[in-house]
Design a protein around this ligand. Structure first.
Ligand code: NAD
Length: 492
């Protein structure tokens, strides 16, 4: 059967050892049924390697290890020690940052510069969580002199975590960082198309000295490995990032099995609104970052662009020019902004929406076709004259695909922006503080960016209104997801 590690040559020419086993109880192991699956490089469509696939029996082993680690030491130790381990992990990530970024770029298809940005965010966030570990304070509550009352935060237990393929390592850190800081242990499933950076990071978990069983990583598919996690009776909490359809399915499984606490970070169709008084150059840059960053595979992508009528022609023209100017191609080539889509399915999905846009009568302004015939590359695509009845206006495409609509007044923009089942993020571009605050207050979105876009900070919570999710990641809010309050009343 397949060895547990393989020597891989990165597109940079560097070789490294890639773990390909499941990471269970501090060791890389073969899956019990010795099943494996292929991992492809989406830029070349060539095989990178095979990794072991976890089935229900493997998930059971991982959960048992996590359960034991939770009860034996991790949940009970001085939280400062958990912080120290997370800092060790962040230091190791920093020492390995070039390798991690190259693995991510090869596996996901994103431009190397984007992957380098992701790894920077991962390191910052792990350090943020490390600092939080010993600052999860409780409260003393005065209810009169006959009682001594306190409330304290306790960890929840074994957490199941299921992540997508668009930001494999960043989502790994958003899930593992706060869970561990708060004293939980985890069984995390990566997305089937992008398992590699998480396994490499598991090697660093071991090197960081994090006790066996605290972190378990299982590669595999949604229907088998994912279901085994969401149905498992010993898992007490489930955190998921991915599509709204799968999120709903997972929530049902969590409820039917043992009423796991659930956090969901789901899809979006986020509005990015440009007002007449915007700084055109800056606004166009933010439209570009909004929809073409990470090849458009971003849950909060600014995919619906609204431009006010007085500035419409100018902004659309500049947006088109900037999109056509973007360097698309080999993620490892200097200056490339947009790499490959992560899979053949994503490429086909995007191209089918191009056909849908044309059929429904929208105007194709830029792109709209595959680039080359090897690798899943798509030209940055813009459709204008898009109306709310069109599919491309309301459905999440998850690619470098913007739809543009004209508006007259701020209230009209707000109404159109909010006319969506989603509510993850929104952008506003204006020089007026009055306009910015008026619109920001009325938008139904978990994050509103003004004169910026796709701009994250470890200390700022992120999550969705409406069908974009439940709960928040990052910031203080993340720890709400990974702790439960206990009330203690002592009669004196
Ligand atoms: P998905 O939501 O099905 O997959 C995300 C993760 O969930 C993967 O790890 C997958 O293996 C797992 N999963 C799938 N079915 C499961 C199940 N029944 N039980 C447990 N886990 C399960 O997304 P996808 O099919 O890879 O992509 C489809 C669309 O979803 C994309 O085109 C995009 O629109 C959207 N998407 C959104 C995000 C986001 O961050 N919001 C991320 C990925 C995909």
């Amino acid at each position: 059967s397949l060895p547990l590690s393989q020597t891989i040559t990165l597109p940079t020419g560097q070789t490294y050892e890639q773990p390909v086993g499941l990471f269970i109880n501090g060791e890389f192991v073969k899956s019990q049924q010795h099943k494996t699956f292929e991992v492809l490089n989406p830029s070349t469509e060539e095989e990178i390697c095979h990794v072991y696939e976890a089935r229900e029996d493997d998930v059971n082993l991982a959960v048992d290890a996590a359960h034991k680690a939770f009860h034996s030491e991790w949940s009970k130790c001085d939280p400062a020690i958990r912080g120290k381990y997370l800092n060790n992990l962040a230091d190791l990530m920093e020492a390995n940052k070039d390798t991690l970024a190259a693995i991510e770029s090869m596996d996901n298809g994103k431009a190397l510069s984007m992957a380098q940005g992701d790894v920077g965010l991962v390191i910052n966030y792990l350090r943020y969580c490390a600092g939080y570990a010993d600052k999860l304070y409780g409260k003393l509550v005065d209810t009169g002199s006959n009682y001594f009352n306190y409330v304290k935060r306790e960890p929840i237990g074994v957490c199941g975590q299921i992540i997508p393929w668009n930001f494999p390592l960043l989502m790994w850190s958003w899930k593992i960082g706060p869970a561990l800081a708060a004293g939980n242990t985890v069984v995390l499933k990566t997305a089937e198309s992008t398992p590699l950076s998480a396994l490499y990071a598991a090697k660093l978990v071991k090197e960081a000295g994090i006790p066996n069983g605290v972190v378990n990583i299982v590669s595999g598919f949604g229907k088998i490995t994912g279901e085994a996690i969401s149905m498992h009776p010993k898992i007490k909490k489930l955190a998921f990032t991915g599509s709204t359809a799968t999120g709903k399915h997972i929530m049902k499984a969590a409820a039917d099995s043992n009423l796991k606490k659930v956090t969901l970070e789901l899809g979006g169709k986020s509005p990015n609104i440009v007002f007449n008084d915007a700084d055109v150059k800056k606004a166009v840059q933010n439209l570009i970052v909004g929809i073409f960053y990470n090849s458009g595979e971003v849950c909060c992508a600014g995919s619906r662009v609204f431009i006010q009528e007085g500035i419409y022609d100018e902004v659309l023209e500049e947006f088109k020019k900037a999109a056509e100017h973007l360097k698309v191609g080999d993620p490892f080539e200097d200056g490339v902004f947009q790499g490959a889509q992560t899979s053949q399915q994503q490429l086909s999905k995007i191209l089918s929406y191009v056909e849908s846009g044309k059929t429904e009568g929208a105007t194709l302004v830029a792109g709209g076709e595959r680039l080359g015939n090897k690798g899943y590359f798509v030209k940055p695509t813009i459709f204008a004259d898009v109306t709310p009845k069109m599919k491309i206006y309301s459905e999440e495409i998850f690619g470098p695909f913007a739809v543009v609509t004209k508006f007259k007044t701020a209230d009209e923009a707000i109404e159109m922006a909010n006319d969506s089942e989603y509510g993850l993020a929104a952008g506003i571009h204006t020089k007026s503080l009055d306009t910015a605050t008026y619109v920001a207050n009325k938008l139904e979105a978990g994050t509103v960016w003004v004169n910026t876009y796709n701009d994250f900070h470890s200390n700022m919570p992120f999550g969705g209104f409406k069908q974009s999710g439940i709960g928040r990641e990052m910031g203080e809010a993340a720890f709400e997801n990974y702790t439960q309050w206990k009330t203690v009343r002592i009669a004196v």
